[in-house]
Design a protein around this ligand. Sequence first.
Ligand SMILES: [Fe+2]
Length: 223
Amino acid sequence: MNQYVTGAVIKDLREKNKMTQLQLSQKLGVSDKTISKWETGKGYPDITLLEPIAEAFRISITELISGNTVHNANVSANMLRSKFYVCPICGNVIHSMGEAAINCHGIQLTPLEAEPTDECHMIFIERVEDEYFVRIHHDMTKTHFISFIAAVSSDRLQLVKLYPEGEAEARFKISGVRKIYIYCNRDGLFSQDILKGIDDKVSGYDDAQERRELEQAADMLFG
Ligand SMILES: [Fe+2]
């Protein structure tokens, strides 16, 4: 987090807002030379100018000083665009439906980028009646463990917190779930889409079907 508004932030915001130095200077009642000075690190805007600068860019003074601006066109859009933040110090898990400037333990948290699952973080999904039973073969020691599993649909988030020494598994109501997320405290966030026609099949029925087919094949071969 910046201590005060920096020239780089002003330049970035000015360019994002498609303003010239002259246009910004006219809004603030200063000369374009002054803007150039700020942007090249040769001076800071006076504190009385913070409010007009924030207004010119339609952001808050906090965003202006921190350099973290939030742009949410339509927050109510879709839970599938969910973002997860995890504090590296305390493990605090924060969910957001759009962009946000989030701090924990004095650290500006960035939204986690979910990666496709790898061989050490495979997600096994099984349908049991009206629930998905999700499990991961993974260490659950104090230093390396799965910290949460989440199931997201367009209008719902189901999140189960896991703890070291526990099982890396959880159950979720199926209702429209499209994506499963898991978070490993060392390796980060992974996600897997629910595969229609595979993950939502009732496993018990499939086993029976498969067994019948094997029995029929054995009958045909060995009489
Ligand atoms: Fe891991």
